[in-house]
Design a protein around this ligand. Structure first.
Ligand code: 5AD
Ligand code: SF4
Length: 510
């Protein structure tokens, strides 16, 4: 089998016939539209439009990437369907932050095997973080030889091209000479298309996009991460940090405002270090101030951002947040551990004291701020004393929400080679204690707002009870009210009648 790994080959191809890489990709989308039109249109006996399904695992960055993939496939003339088993093209956008994310994918791939056997024309693609992992592409093509396309995080924008090349090669036809992909012969003689780059310095703007929600939208501000926390695989699979140009971000937000979007979420692995790598450096605080005033002009009510690294949380940012008219007073400040010894081993560049001081500054500047966190339990070498230090910070911080994770060893990260792995029973026991403590704190925090009347942005019909519409407070807490779907996308005042630990039930007051 040919080598599956390619390095970034640069996006402007030698022919220079295209003014930009995005134009080049739009050409591929047009070609796909013709091909799919003849496959699923009249030519297939009136079967109607072809369909696609994008299955997303993991974080907000992946959710945002999936919107781009959906945009490409919709541009190619396919219609989105919920159920991947019935789709003509299925993409799994993978996550690999913890081992169980990988397991998830294998399960879903397994379910597709009999479906693909019945419908060999179905196309199965996999992309995202897992594809950047050493050996994963190899493993999948061995164990799941019915996967047709695999590509990584750095060349998501080439998906239309890879899909086109696959269809052409299978039809025995020529592909264009400047193609990015590499085809491999599968055991059953069919071809698969593989293209995984190690990294790329480029950001391709103006790709197609299919927005999932009309009223809220994630906006990428940077990609990748330079922090190399010792447990984390992200810098290896998402590459070094690259910031988008401020003008491109603001232009995107302006368009969203014109589309009537009410809430934006600025996205990056570490938004606090945004802009340091630009040829004309800009701070995140500066971007936030400009975003705030643009949102004011454009009628966008709410600005959120995700994720921050405590070491890069500056006084300038706290000031920009506090004075921002539209910046929601909500901060996700991942602690990871409360033990200074473990934080050092994690390569986090702060200690618990520095963390608490920054959190105190946030609360002083914005007394109503809601603070959430991420905590890892069972990092190699974590003793009872280290864990007690984490509980101690949790008690002092009184987080509104905490995402707690059991340490998962990721191959290739420094921590994978650390000694003194913590036994599973001890991790589980500690995890339970942390959860119990945090749940009681969150419940107490939640009850504080009971009886208040606050604005809620309504987002969706409640999954369990269709008579309820669910939305979010400014501090991001979940609220359910009796109402009809016309509420969705609107901000309305709600009296919070009952607090239920991490969500409220309420009634409209206007
Ligand atoms: N094991 C457990 N949790 C992890 N995280 C990142 N890497 C790992 C790992 N190897 C958690 C961190 C991070 C969140 C997104 O995922 O808490 O903040
Ligand atoms: Fe991973 Fe640390 Fe980067 Fe977050 S800051 S993505 S935990 S390396």
């Amino acid at each position: 089998m040919e080598s599956r790994e390619m390095t970034a080959c640069g996006m402007h191809k030698d022919g220079k016939a295209y003014p930009s890489e995005s134009r080049r990709q739009y050409e591929y989308i047009d070609r796909l539209r013709d091909i799919f039109g003849s496959m699923y249109g009249d030519a297939s006996g009136g079967r109607g439009q072809g369909t696609f399904s994008v299955v997303t695992f993991g974080c907000q960055m992946n959710a945002r990437d999936s919107e781009k993939l959906s945009g490409i496939l919709e541009g190619a003339g396919l219609r989105e369907v919920e159920d991947e088993l019935s789709a003509d093209v299925v993409i799994f956008n993978t996550c690999t932050i913890r081992e169980n994310a990988n397991e998830h994918l294998y399960g879903r791939l397994g379910r597709l095997k009999p479906v693909k056997k019945k419908r060999p024309d179905m196309i199965i693609a996999i992309c995202g973080c897992m594809m950047q992992e050493k050996d994963e592409v190899e493993k999948i093509s061995e164990k799941y030889p019915y996967v047709d396309i695999m590509f990584g995080t750095h060349n998501l924008y080439t998906f239309a091209e890879l899909l086109y090349d696959l269809l052409m090669k299978r039809g025995g036809q020529q592909i264009l000479p400047d193609s990015h992909g590499q085809d491999i012969l599968l055991r059953d003689g069919r071809r698969a298309m593989i293209s995984v780059w190690k990294d790329t310095p480029d950001i391709v703007e103006e790709l197609p996009n299919k927005r999932k929600f009309p009223f809220k939208q994630g906006v990428n501000i940077s990609f990748g991460c330079n922090n190399f926390c010792s447990y984390c695989i992200v810098p290896y699979v998402r590459g070094r940090e690259k910031s988008r140009e401020k003008k491109d971000i603001l232009e995107e937000i302006r368009k969203l405002g014109r589309d009537g979007v009410k809430e934006i979420m600025l996205l990056g692995q570490n938004v606090n270090s945004y802009g340091k790598d630009l040829s004309e450096p800009v701070s995140f605080a500066e971007l936030l101030r400009e975003t705030d005033s643009l949102c004011d002009d454009m009628g966008i009510e709410r600005i959120r951002f995700m994720t921050s690294h405590p070491k890069d949380l500056s006084d300038e940012l706290i000031e920009a947040m506090a004075s921002g008219k539209h910046v929601m007073k909500q901060f996700h400040l991942p602690l990871q551990s409360g033990s200074d010894r473990i934080l050092k081993m994690m390569n986090r560049h702060y200690d618990s004291e520095a963390y608490l001081i920054k959190a105190e500054k946030l609360r002083k500047a914005m007394p109503d701020i809601s603070i959430s966190t991420d905590i890892i339990v069972g990092f190699p070498g974590e003793t009872e004393e280290d864990f007690e230090a984490t509980l101690d910070v949790v008690r002092r911080m009184r987080y509104d929400a905490a995402y707690t994770f059991i340490y998962s060893e990721r191959e290739g990260t420094p921590a994978a080679a650390f000694p003194d792995k913590v036994p599973e029973e001890i991790i589980k026991e500690r995890f339970g204690r942390l959860l119990e403590l945090q749940n009681s704190i969150a419940a107490e925090n939640c009850s504080r707002l009971k009886g208040r009347v606050l604005p809620v942005l309504f987002e969706e019909i409640n999954e369990k009870d269709a008579s309820l519409i669910s939305g979010r407070l400014e501090n991001n807490s979940l609220v359910h009210v009796k109402g009809d779907p016309s509420l969705i996308g609107n901000i309305r005042n709600v009296r919070l009648l009952e607090a239920h630990g991490f969500y409220y039930t309420g009634e409209l007051t206007d």
